[in-house]
Ligand binder design. Structure first.
Ligand SMILES: *[C@@H]1O[C@H](CO)[C@@H](O)[C@H](O)[C@H]1NC(C)=O
Ligand SMILES: *[C@@H]1O[C@H](CO)[C@@H](O)[C@H](O)[C@H]1NC(C)=O
Ligand SMILES: *[C@@H]1O[C@H](CO)[C@@H](O)[C@H](O)[C@H]1NC(C)=O
Ligand SMILES: *[C@@H]1O[C@H](CO)[C@@H](O)[C@H](O)[C@H]1NC(C)=O
Ligand SMILES: *[C@@H]1O[C@H](CO)[C@@H](O)[C@H](O)[C@H]1NC(C)=O
Length: 382
């Protein structure tokens, strides 16, 4: 690692949160598909004091159903629209005329993701991502709408190099040079955020040496892994993955762009494409993951490299669903915290842990003295 990067990472460790940082908010992904009625869902979420919702492939009725709810919406446009939106600005404007203009700001649309994990689409869309993002952004400005951030969503395992420690993370070549660097310039320039799907479940399944407790936010003596370069101790996989993203952005020259976790969850049944069910995909583990995540986010401790943590997190997802929506955006069947009939699958503590005072004790609050390399403990993970 070049010395300048090490200095940069160490400075991230001690930097105060910028004055502009927003409090971390927790929302839920809701696929507006049968059999739920969007307007019932909107009022149910409002009564649970849910402040933000992620709508993949939204239709106008679903967007309308959140009018006057004060729930902020992240709209994810499907990958299949990228060729159309990238073609010219008038196409982007037509889309906005049907999905945004009639509803905003009564429906509080706060962000638009133009495509999700488009790099993994069966057809190569990589050249279309940036033009489509630009066209949506420019069309919003042309319509006089300046309070909707525009970005595109990547998936951790698709864009990050696969390694520990987080301080060694980079964006994968060649997409770093082809797409991500230009996107980061755009996000910085437009005050937008880096959108990423972070699923510890996927990394845990790919690396048998990771103990399940590390993926599930369990506080037990051996559930940690030290980053010997920065001297930071990681107690959960989520933070390690977030800090890998922060490091990769810093390597690319952008250390201040907010990170939005557009999806994170844990399956409670067979994952799409798996023939037999996974013994770790249970309702008990899903409950532990979701509640551990909420408690961790609400602790206000952030991550070791970013005190203010991620700007927003959307838990994947509200309902179990088996409906195929569209290539690339088909919901996974068993990630819901509610059954399709809207009854609760497992307990979710929406009010868990009021925000704690920043830096108030505990390993997360006290920064490890820099420059001292700590002996590797915990479990081994390469
Ligand atoms: C709407 O939500 C925002 C932020 O989520 C909050 O500051 C504001 O007080 C809410 N307004 C109402 C009327 O609830
Ligand atoms: C934009 O592209 C569409 C095809 O997707 C085409 O029909 C339309 O004429 C184009 N508009 C302009 C202004 O070039
Ligand atoms: C970005 O935010 C800064 C500070 O809040 C503001 O001065 C600037 O005008 C914003 N830029 C855009 C493109 O919105
Ligand atoms: C999904 O992909 C398959 C092949 O990859 C294609 O035949 C089908 O038309 C696609 N469906 C949609 C809705 O795009
Ligand atoms: C809702 O669905 C779940 C799972 O299919 C089922 O166990 C439960 O009994 C249903 N509840 C009601 C009230 O229909």
């Amino acid at each position: 690692m070049p010395l300048s990067l090490l200095v940069l990472l160490l400075s991230l460790l001690t930097a105060a949160a910028p004055a502009t940082s927003l409090p971390s908010t927790i929302g839920f992904t809701y696929h507006p598909v049968r059999p739920t009625n969007p307007s019932h869902v909107a009022s149910a979420l409002q009564s649970l004091h849910v402040s933000s919702v992620h709508l993949p492939n939204p239709d106008p009725d679903s967007i309308r159903s959140f009018a006057y709810s004060n729930i902020s919406l992240l709209l994810s446009l499907p990958n299949s629209l990228l060729p159309y939106l990238a073609q010219n600005r008038s196409n982007a404007e037509l889309y906005l005329y049907t999905h945004v203009v009639p509803f905003h700001p009564r429906s509080r649309i706060s962000a638009i993701s133009v495509g999700t994990d488009a790099l993994r689409h069966p057809i190569d869309l990589s050249d279309l991502i940036l033009p489509a993002v630009q066209n949506i952004h420019l069309s919003l400005r042309h319509l006089g709408i300046t309070d909707i951030a525009v970005s595109t969503t990547f998936t951790f395992t698709t864009v990050l190099t696969d390694s520990f420690p987080p301080s060694s993370a980079e964006f994968q070549a060649p997409i770093a040079d082809l797409i991500i660097n230009q996107l980061l310039d755009f996000l910085q320039h437009t005050n937008s955020s880096f959108f990423i799907n972070i699923n510890p479940y996927d990394v845990y399944k790919a690396k048998p040496e990771i103990p399940i407790g590390f993926a599930l936010f369990r506080q037990t003596p051996f559930n940690y892994r030290d980053d010997t370069v920065t001297g930071v101790r990681y107690r959960n996989l989520f933070d390690a993955m977030v800090d890998s993203v922060i490091t990769a952005m810093a390597v690319a020259g952008h250390e201040n762009i907010p990170v939005v976790v557009t999806e994170t969850g844990w399956p409670s049944g067979p994952v799409a494409g798996d023939k037999k069910s996974d013994p770790d995909a249970t309702e008990v583990f899903a409950e532990v993951y979701v509640n551990g995540l909420i408690e961790h986010l609400k602790s206000g401790l952030g991550t070791p490299l970013r005190k203010e943590g991620v700007a927003q997190t959307y838990i994947y997802e509200l309902f179990d669903t088996d409906e195929k929506v569209e290539n690339g955006t088909a919901p996974q069947p068993y990630y819901g915290i509610l059954y399709p009939n809207m009854t609760t699958k497992f307990y979710v503590d929406f009010s868990a842990a009021e925000p704690e005072r920043m830096g108030g004790g505990g390993d997360g609050g006290i920064l490890v003295a820099v420059g001292i390399l700590i002996a590797v403990g915990g479990f081994l993970w390469h």
